[in-house]
Design a protein around this ligand. Structure first.
Ligand code: BG6
Length: 488
């Protein structure tokens, strides 16, 4: 077979995602020698954009790991691969410019694989797939064609199913790579390694030893200028349907038989299927909602908006491994700090032979998996304080990425995901049935919470841990939030 080349086509070349994430990730991959030698990058934008402007974001993307500033010969070689053209997936001849550019940059003698990246407004995902279908862009003819679709994938179960239907009318499922950038995070992948490359945790990883699991994705940022998107989404669509449920799936899944895309995703789908659905009429009692004080003053937020910027909820996984172990999930904006952590709280010793210390109760063991920042794993257990009576204190066994890997840079999630999509490895991408399962968990909650006379979200002060009701929510189960990771 003739040697193949690869073309990366980015729809939405002038957007934030391309400038802030895709261009730096591609620059880094190029600097590390991980892109195919003959790679070409074509940006498609609806706005007027010249090649120089487009390539500037790649130049700026040469971060420290990619040796900023790039050597002149490196930049010369890389920049000649960067092209851009006008394109509009809504216009009848909207892809003509792209067609001409592809004809100019792809050699007629070497078949070119193509990765199409939809870095577009979500309302354009379906029109883009259809426009590509009309142009025959999905046809493989001896080389591969892949489509990367960003989040949000639909705004509820029906729209996600419809988007899957439209995409499948053009591309086969094996050609579709749905992004959840959390799966590209080094530490989320490490969770899989932690669970499945170590034999000591697996026997403990069940209802027999675990009391509850807490997943926290806290952010210190507000919604800033994203009201147009965020006010319609809210935290349940923006964070829970995607990132938090993916974290839950990785923590709770059964060990897959191989580290291959479909075996891995089959196990994630099984867990999501086992999550007990909360009917809409129970949503108000099962979810704590909050809104940070000042949200209504953010530019573009409609007066009186009830969009939650914080939520906490409990999910139960109805299978043998997890029966009776609550999974508490919480996420919010404008909180004390940025922190993503999975905390496993083990059961208390069944019988205590030691007197309780002055601090009162003996805490049970906790395993904290700190996903960002200060990436690491900490196991807290009890130890006897020296030179005293039997005074027990919690101490930590620690693993820190920074210390253990000599300050090695943690690559951005997009770098890993782009590389995987180029290599045809879909393990860290979401399959159509996974998306639909996640929506079927979140949809009834959103529906139930939007029904009057549901209480509006509790207002919380920015820079705090969120609404007080979230603490009461766990106290009702006789538990407390136990964040152990240090935020940034
Ligand atoms: C995005 C959400 O998917 O993830 C944003 O739309 C959120 O609202 C972001 O801020 C968080 O990602 P990270 O990588 O900064 O934790």
């Amino acid at each position: 077979m003739a040697e193949q080349t690869t073309t990366i086509v980015i729809f939405g070349a002038s957007g934030d995602l391309t400038t802030k994430k895709l261009a730096p990730a591609l620059a880094d991959l190029y600097a590390k020698g991980r892109l195919a030698p003959e790679v070409q990058i074509v940006g498609v934008a609806r706005s007027e954009m010249n090649a120089q402007e487009f390539s500037a974001s790649f130049y700026d993307g040469f971060g420290p790991a990619a040796h900023f500033p790039p050597a002149p010969e490196t930049w010369q070689d890389f920049s000649r691969r960067i092209h851009c053209c006008y394109g509009d997936v809504l216009a009848p001849d909207g892809l003509d410019g792209l067609e001409r550019t592809l004809a100019a940059v792809e050699s007629p003698d070497k078949p070119a694989n193509r990765l199409y990246y939809l870095a577009l407004a979500p309302s354009l995902f379906a029109p883009a797939a259809l426009a590509m279908g009309r142009a025959g862009y999905q046809q493989e003819n001896g080389c591969w064609r892949r489509l990367v679709v960003e989040k949000p994938f639909g705004i509820d179960l029906n729209t996600a199913m419809e988007l899957n239907r439209v995409i499948h009318s053009v591309f086969a499922e094996h050609q579709v790579y749905r992004i959840d950038h959390y799966l590209g995070k080094e530490t989320v992948q490490n969770l899989l390694v932690f669970r499945f490359a170590n034999a000591i945790f697996e026997p403990l990883w069940s209802r027999n030893y675990i009391d509850n699991i807490q997943i926290t994705v806290a952010e210190s940022v507000s919604i800033a200028d994203r009201a147009a998107y965020y006010d319609n989404a809210g935290v349940l669509r923006d964070m829970f349907q995607s990132h938090l449920l993916q974290l839950l799936a990785v923590v709770a899944m059964e060990p897959p038989s191989t580290f291959e895309a479909d075996t891995l995703r089959n196990e994630k789908v099984k867990v999501l299927e086992s999550v007990r659905r909360i009917p809409s009429q129970d949503a108000a009692a099962c979810v704590v909602q909050g809104q940070y004080d000042g949200y209504l003053d953010e530019p573009g937020v409609p007066p009186g908006s009830r969009t939650p910027t914080y939520a906490a909820l409990r999910l139960d996984v109805d299978n043998w491994r997890w029966q009776g172990v609550p999974f508490y999930l919480r996420s919010g904006k404008a909180l004390t700090n940025k922190r993503t952590e999975v905390l496993i709280q083990f059961r208390r010793p069944p019988h205590l032979i030691f007197p309780q210390g002055p601090s009162g109760d003996i805490t049970s063991n906790t395993l904290s998996i700190c996903l960002q920042p200060n990436e690491g794993v900490h196991l807290e257990f009890q130890a006897k304080a020296p030179d005293s009576t039997l005074d027990l204190r919690p101490v930590n066994l620690e693993f820190n990425y920074e210390d253990s890997f000599g300050g090695q840079e943690i690559p951005d999630a997009y770098e890993r995901l782009l590389l995987d999509a180029l290599n045809g490895d879909a393990s860290l991408f979401i399959r159509s049935d996974e998306i639909e399962q996640s929506w079927s968990i979140i949809d009834p909650l959103i529906h139930g919470l939007s029904q009057p006379p549901t209480r509006p979200p509790e207002i919380y002060d920015p820079g705090t841990e969120g609404p007080y009701a979230a603490d009461d929510f766990l106290a009702r189960d006789g538990r407390a939030w136990l964040g152990k990771c240090i935020g940034g």
